[in-house]
Design a protein around this ligand. Sequence first.
Ligand SMILES: *Cc1c(COP(=O)(O)O)cnc(C)c1O
Length: 394
Amino acid sequence: MSDQPPMDEVQLEVKSVSKRIYLSPPHMSGLEQEFVSQAFETNWVAPLGPHVDAFEADFASYVGTKHAAALSSGTAGLHLALILAGVEPGDEVIVSSLTFVASVNPIRYVGATPVLIDSERDSWNIDPSLAAEAIQDRIRKNGRPPKAFVLVHLYGQSADVAPIQKLCEEHGIILLEDAAEALGSTYHEKAPGTFGKLGIFSFNGNKIITTSGGGMLVSDDGDLIAHARKLSTQARDTAPHYQHTEVGFNYRMSNICAGIGRGQLAVLPERIQARRANFSFYRTQLREIPGIDFQPEASWGRHTRWLSCILLSDAFGATREDLRVAFEKENIEARPLWKPMHLQPLYEECAMYGGAVADDLFARGLCLPSGSSLSDEDRERIVGIVRNVAGTGR
Ligand SMILES: *Cc1c(COP(=O)(O)O)cnc(C)c1O
């Protein structure tokens, strides 16, 4: 009996082994609860209200756009953006293959067809020269260019916007942006998401800030955002009775969620700093281990490091799946990069331009735990596992 540790130590040990480290968990600041309490006190428990208005105004001013509509999700935002862009059945829409499926599904919601494009190596976002080739090829095949372009900004980093903007202008293609993962990043001092006709952001639970679930649609065009607000509340016409002339949706953000959003937006600069600090820690600590490359930060702007992503080459001596499984055994969540859309059963029939870069990134890429609430101890544990796995697959 005497060589057994006292009971409280045993429990502590069990607890520390089982404490899961998530990829990107919510990180509340404390301010959120005050806003939520206000909503309760004033009984603004509705899919509209003063927090929604204030969150929209603060968000628009943060990203530097004239107008913003708070919605139930980023996916809802992209659906509305495609409708407002007039995308219809029979139209084609350009989008990167390496992305989350939510960038592409809304193209199907409006009956249009995705045209998939490979990534470039500098930012892992869409390759502008392949996009140019694709547009020429679609014009040859269809007699007209795609109707719209969904420009995705992955993992906290802007795509190379300028050449895409130029392409869209030249061919009369409507530019829409999926900046769901890129809040807080920059492209030459401006926020990705604010270059196109419409842009969307997400506040899902794992994003850099969260409202538990939610999204924002932004534009400099006030009429478009007014129309988006109408569409997102069942498209009620101005009349005391319920009158409708177009199909609407129930896509508005609740006043409770907007309260959480206001508290989160206030601490966004700190969240970016913490995520970038995770990334620098990983890069410094893992510098000596062969066969690990980090996602580059492109010359055109600031990467928030929403997720810290690595690529493993043969020199690492184990695969990304070996490493992921080793993390999982230690109750740590790491995740492969997005599986490209051209490899998905759902989208493998779509036209695809290039593919070697996205294939390679998917085969070798892993997202390390990246939450802004990671402790020093957590990060040490993570780095320790990478060191232990290096060389074990040889
Ligand atoms: C999270 C995400 C979305 C969707 O946002 P939701 O708010 O979850 O609907 C869209 N595109 C990308 C790239 C995302 O990561």
